[in-house]
Design a protein around this ligand. Structure first.
Ligand SMILES: [Zn+2]
Length: 128
């Protein structure tokens, strides 16, 4: 009996794919071009994803920073769902430390005793 062969096409350029059956793209270029195309075709989904993460980040920073200033282990914040890649703006102090802000709540990564921490602050008028 002849072994059956299944051919599938690259989701981006349509070229015939050889090799692993679960392959979807010819190469990483086709894969990233496809993802970019999807994101462009689906701006709402991308917007919602960013929006949701910003809202979650803000809520977490607010909850962990009730006093207006706090220090928290990075791990603890990440475990709660915080993603430091999503922020709205930044502020640099005169020492050159760059605080990233999610709306009115800011955070600065700091390593103390080999532990990654975040210094949490709140937006102040003088930061304008
Ligand atoms: Zn392709």
């Amino acid at each position: 009996m002849k072994p059956m062969r299944f051919y599938s096409a690259c989701l981006y350029c349509g070229a015939e794919l050889k090799g692993r059956a679960d392959k979807k793209f010819c190469d990483p270029q086709c894969k990233s071009a496809h993802q970019y195309q999807q994101a462009k075709q689906n701006p709402e989904r991308f917007y919602n994803k960013v929006d949701n993460q910003l809202k979650l980040n803000r809520r977490l920073l607010k909850n962990f920073n009730k006093a207006g200033k706090a220090t928290i282990r990075k791990e603890q914040l990440l475990q709660a769902g915080f993603d430091p890649n999503f922020f709205t703006h930044y502020w640099k102090n005169n020492k050159g430390d760059v605080y990233l802000f999610v709306y009115e709540y800011g955070f600065l990564k700091k390593t103390e005793n080999n532990t990654d921490k975040y210094i949490l602050v709140q937006w102040q008028d003088y930061m304008n």
